[in-house]
Design a protein around this ligand. Structure first.
Ligand SMILES: *[C@@H]1O[C@H](CO)[C@@H](O)[C@H](O)[C@H]1NC(C)=O
Ligand SMILES: [Zn+2]
Length: 462
């Protein structure tokens, strides 16, 4: 694998340089008497705003600006740092807080630096102004997804360092590009790299979702995205003629069948029997048929081809083989002259691991990291809801595919879910509370010593 612009760990700053750099940082900040101490709420919020103001919107994120900001933060915290470009122009910023026992598996705190597009005119405040309103809401693209988390990790470390805490296990932070476009040049390459192997990661934290109620949400698996295109063919004919097996008729039969299936899944959610992430979702993404004319479509002609596309999400326990059979036999049967294509995602993201087991992280006593998270959140006066399957996809899947436990967690309670929506915001008090949650979690994770009898089960506890 080509590693452009990679500075190895050997090239990391010497202790002397680090002392010098932190000295320079301290003297430069203390030079201005007006500045609040870096631990004050005002300074914490202003750093969050600064990160949000860096325009890392797809498809042309200012990745280097974000990397420079993160590296400056790392320097101020005396963390070791390196920047890896698996693909040129798409830096992964990797920070390290070394543990006192490097032989123990480490903790990885992952976040992505890119954000999704905005429809700027639909926003009340500019999406990259990070405007703080009188209620304490900070408006910005990325305030929930997920610049909050990336910086909360760093702020939690700042507090832990100030309190004199020394980690037993090494703590790594990865800031990865391109999550919003599939993570292939970011987390995927990182998780498959030799650099990643060398980190000896034992557990990964990654993004979750905001919660409208008082319970934080935690995610232990995710649905796999499939894209399905079905195509019908049939004899063309005059628009006035009634005949069987036209392309339109054949396609409509499939759509009816798909819609019945969709309703059966949705009913389970509506009845409260299953959570959103536990059912197979199917939604129509496009319909393509008809013969174009200068004013629209030719109306007196029944076309010989008709196509429809669907976004399908398959939960880890969703029986992908049964679904493929259903597609071949009911949704696009050859007997109705139908064909289908399962799109690009299908091949890349499986819900099953190599041994055919669902790729999920255990959320019971077999997974010590889950118990530690629950306890740590409680200690920070937070409440944790029932663990869930993430309804969409995140980078966490690349770490789970490596056989690692990975928990999706973005501590935002009492917050409307606005990721990818207009006017995305996070309240500053929720943001500050989230830092306390991470302080508690990182302390618990970095200090964790396995019970003598248990053995290091982390790699088996999927
Ligand atoms: C399928 O195509 C064949 C050949 O064109 C045709 O004879 C048959 O009626 C079609 N069947 C259906 C169900 O559309
Ligand atoms: Zn995200």
């Amino acid at each position: 694998m080509e590693l452009k612009g990679c500075r190895g760990f050997a090239g990391w700053y010497s202790v002397l340089t680090l002392c010098l750099l932190s000295f320079i940082y301290m003297s430069s900040t203390s030079a201005s008497e007006e500045d609040p101490p870096s631990s004050s709420s005002a300074a914490i919020i202003s750093r969050f705003q600064h990160y949000l103001q860096i325009n890392t919107v797809q498809p042309n994120p200012k990745y280097h600006e974000a990397a420079d900001f993160l590296l400056a933060q790392a320097k101020s915290l005396s963390l070791e740092s390196q920047t890896i470009e698996f693909v040129e122009g798409k830096p992964v910023v990797l920070l390290k807080w070394p543990g006192s026992d490097p032989s123990l598996p480490s903790i990885l705190l992952n976040s992505h630096t890119d954000v999704v597009q905005v429809e700027q005119h639909k926003w009340t405040h500019h999406p990259f102004a990070a405007h703080l309103d009188s209620q304490g809401n900070i408006y910005a693209r990325g305030s929930q997804d997920m610049k909050c988390v990336g910086l909360q990790y760093l702020e939690a470390i700042r507090r832990l360092k100030a309190s004199g805490f020394r980690p037993l296990r090494s703590v790594y932070l990865s800031f990865v590009p391109d999550e919003e476009i599939g993570g292939h040049d970011g987390a995927e390459k990182f998780a498959k790299s030799d650099i990643f192997d060398d980190l000896n990661v034992g557990v990964v934290l990654d993004e979750g979702l905001a919660s409208p109620n008082e319970h934080y949400r935690a995610f232990y698996g995710e649905r796999s995205p499939w894209s399905l295109v079905i195509k019908a063919t049939g004899a063309p004919g005059h628009g006035s003629k009634l005949y069987d097996n036209s392309a339109m008729e054949n396609l409509l039969k499939s759509i009816e069948s798909i819609w019945r299936f969709r309703a059966s899944q949705f009913d389970l959610v509506k009845a409260g029997l299953k959570a959103e992430g536990e059912v197979i979702s199917v939604n129509m993404a496009f319909l393509k048929a008809g013969t174009p004319s200068p004013t629209g479509f030719v109306m007196n002609l029944q076309p010989s081809e008709a196509e429809a596309g669907f976004d399908i999400r398959v939960p880890p326990n969703g029986d992908p083989e049964a679904l493929e059979r259903r597609i071949a036999e009911e949704w696009a049967p050859a007997s109705r002259n139908m064909t289908f294509r399962l799109g690009q995602f299908k091949a890349k993201v499986s819900v099953l691991d190599k041994s055919g087991r669902p790729i999920i992280t255990a959320t019971d006593s077999t997974n010590p990291w889950w118990n530690l998270l629950e306890e740590a959140v409680r200690k920070a006066n937070g409440k944790l809801g029932k663990p869930e399957i993430f309804p969409a996809s995140t980078d966490a899947r690349y770490f789970r595919e490596r056989g690692l436990p990975a928990i999706g967690f973005s501590p935002m309670a009492n917050t409307p879910i606005l990721l990818h929506d207009h006017n995305e915001f996070l309240n500053k008090d929720e943001y500050l509370k989230g830092i306390e949650a991470y302080e508690s979690i990182i302390e618990a994770y970095a200090s964790y010593v396995e019970k003598a009898s248990g053995g290091d089960g982390s790699r088996d506890e999927l």
